[in-house]
Design a protein around this ligand. Sequence first.
Ligand code: ADP
Length: 386
Amino acid sequence: MPDVTKDQVIERLRGVAGPDGTSDVISLGLVSDVLVSDGKVMFSITVPAEQAASLEPLRAAADAAVREIPGVESAMVVLTAEKKGGGPPTGAARQPPGSRFTGPDPRGEPPSRGKAGIPGVDAIIAVASGKGGVGKSTTAVNLALAFQANGLKAGILDADIYGPSLPRLLNLRDQKPEIVGGRTLKPLRAYDVEAMSIGFLVEEETPMIWRGPMVISALNQMMREVQWGSLDVMVVDMPPGTGDAQLTMAQQVPLAGAVIVSTPQDLALIDARKGLAMFQRVDVPVLGIVENMSYFLCPHCGERTDIFSHGGARDEAQLLGVPFLGEVPLDLEIRLTSDAGTPIVAADPDSPYAIAYRDIATRAWEGVERERSEGGRPPPRIVIEE
Ligand code: ADP
């Protein structure tokens, strides 16, 4: 079979009409990030944000066109769009008529037990937050490294497809995953942890709008068409928020449990509560809450300051009857290492921060084991008969 070339892909896409119905997607300059390797083709099509929801047929047509090229075994085509404002589009998980997505209705059917797992992966743990900017991704990455430091084989999947941050957090910005066997992607590796992110496939700066079905198909590909090694635990960095898209993902991914990241402010806790309710609704055990940016430890005098009335998450966890997994201080070192792609658990494994993350990982793993042994049921009550 001849090797498929990028030029062949581009040539073929000249036959695919753009959103205006007259010019083709190549002439309109909409196609980018074309990656061809071993018969596997990946590229993105930029579309107007307001049309993102109605352009699945365009994506499907481009997908079908490249699959007709002799030698193409599979294709991954994503729609990207200018994002207006922050956060995911509203109604992202709503299914349009004629959608090829056949998964459960995110708001209808009760969650299905027995979702297909990922071969070789023992437990999948979601790291979620009610809103953005609370340090969810930083926590997810350090947690994955902490699991690894605790002796578990760990991987991390960046499912935050609205704003993938793993390329930056693990300093993998210039690397693309290798394609193996024409069918699957090889995860990248950093600090001995396997990592996969949509950000490895499209430019990190490209803002993206995804419809629910696209989210699910991209996520499924990242879970199932990636050659994950044998892992004890896979940490999934979820997109922020608790909308339909997140709910759908919580339903689709066979999760062993969820970790909720929150800052101590009340507002964030209200959001965290929504996150909690979302996982409970889809029957995913909440392993606990992490309080991030909990307090400030002065690097000069060592004095501790509770900037955001620290302790809110611990009280809230108790009130809600979920475990409190631990607190991580607000610290410049955490921000600097995180933004430099050298997370603190790897960069300074003996620091108090690395130890805090490892303790959180220990408690989260205890939660997974507890859920497994008890099947998620509350412990039996002792009834004293008179
Ligand atoms: P999210 O995933 O919730 O949007 P990020 O993990 O991207 O949040 O964190 C947002 C910013 O806050 C980043 O610049 C990160 O380095 C910083 N950050 C996260 N946690 C801490 C912390 N404990 N101390 C200091 N900076 C932090």
